[in-house]
Design a protein around this ligand. Structure first.
Ligand SMILES: [Zn+2]
Length: 371
């Protein structure tokens, strides 16, 4: 039988450092000419951030209007492009903030505005029911010059045989995923649309990685590094989290278990260890028991889940509190990059964790529970 299809999923866990040369100006099809001018003419970064957020707000309002008053033709397209424009504007504001932080500019105002506006945006987005969101088809688009790019990489890596035809598109995955599928003479490639604004070298790196796997070649570091570097960057991670917020549905959970009420515990811990300052994420018990971990925090949907297994009478409260406290520290200390690896439990994290009143006891109980 002929080997007709090969599917390869490469989901790179994203690590973090701004890509070199990523700042290249790209045309933004989601801004009008007038808007683009305003951005260009703005005198300060804060001003620019404010403009982007205003435009984001505008797109979101139009999106809602379109939902309530569907235009007779092109309803789906309208929704898609408005939502994309919204995401683009928020991304741009976030990029400016990230850059500002790196350059140590004074962007306090911009950050405050970003915080308050995105909170409002989230309220709107969360109100949209899944049914409404479903009327947005996955928005795919061809990667400009994608075919020739793959052909070039095919030759460069010295893959065997005549190069196939490549169809390369951006696809709205909820994380940084690349897929490649071979069908007869055509190779179908999908890049996460998180790469939509990536520089060419990044796309080439992604292509080299995929082809090397499928055709069993070795791709040089020099080729793949721009992609890996991009994937690890803080900016990409931030973008991914914002995107996941819109795309990943929250696991249906209830903070009120049979024995422990996590909302109540959160308030208690927040008051005791965070001066009441930690923003409340979504919190819940996992729907099923997990074997390996006691809790997790996912920055995408901004959600803490605790293992349902702990919601029973034999488990001392301090163990549950400790796990929740640990996940709350993840909310406070976002995962960041150090050298080449991700630091989830930084030194500061570990130090702060020891402030938990019954630290040693809670750890011993968990050790026992884990057996
Ligand atoms: Zn942890």
């Amino acid at each position: 039988m002929k080997r007709s299809a090969a599917l390869l999923l490469l989901a790179f866990t994203v690590l973090a450092a701004p890509p070199v040369g990523a700042g290249a100006q790209q045309q933004k099809d989601y801004l009008s000419a007038v808007e683009a001018d305003k951005i260009r003419d703005a005198e300060t970064v804060n001003e620019r951030i404010k403009l982007f957020l205003t435009f984001a707000d505008d797109r979101l309002k139009k999106f809602q209007y379109e939902l309530e008053h569907p235009s007779s033709n092109r309803h789906g397209d309208m929704l898609n492009s408005l939502l994309n424009a919204y995401v683009g504007c928020v991304d741009d504001a976030a990029d400016l903030i990230q850059l500002g932080l790196e350059k140590q500019d004074n962007i306090r105002q911009g950050i405050d505005l970003m915080t308050s506006r995105t909170k409002e945006f989230l309220v709107v987005l969360e109100k949209l029911s899944t049914k409404e969101m479903k009327s947005c088809r996955p928005n795919t688009s061809m990667v400009p010059g994608g075919g020739p790019l793959f052909q070039r990489m095919f030759t460069r890596l010295g893959c065997d045989g005549r190069p196939p035809r490549f169809r390369v598109e951006f696809y709205p995955y909820s994380s940084l995923v690349l897929t490649i599928r071979r069908r007869e003479e055509v190779v179908y490639v999908r890049f996460s649309d998180l790469l939509q604004r990536a520089p060419r070298a990044v796309l080439e790196g992604a292509a080299a990685l995929l082809l090397a796997r499928v055709y069993r070649r070795k791709a040089s570091r020099e080729l793949t590094e721009p992609y890996l570097e991009y994937a690890r960057s803080n900016r990409t991670r931030g973008r991914m989290n914002r995107m996941r917020r819109g795309r990943v549905r929250l696991a249906a959970t209830n903070p009120r278990g049979e024995h422990f009420d996590l909302d109540g515990l959160f308030d208690q811990l927040n008051g005791k260890y965070f001066a009441g300052q930690l923003q409340r994420p979504h919190i819940g018990w996992s729907t099923r028991s997990w074997r390996r971990q006691f809790g997790c925090y996912d920055p995408g949907p901004n959600q803490i889940l605790l293992n349902r297994r702990m919601d029973r009478p034999g488990v001392p409260a301090c163990a549950v509190e400790y796990v929740l406290f640990h996940e709350m520290l993840h909310v406070k200390h976002p995962t960041r990059r150090s050298g080449c690896s991700m630091v989830s439990h930084s030194r500061e994290f570990r130090e702060e964790e020891k402030r938990f009143a019954e630290f040693e006891r809670a750890r011993r109980i968990l050790d026992r529970l884990a057996r």
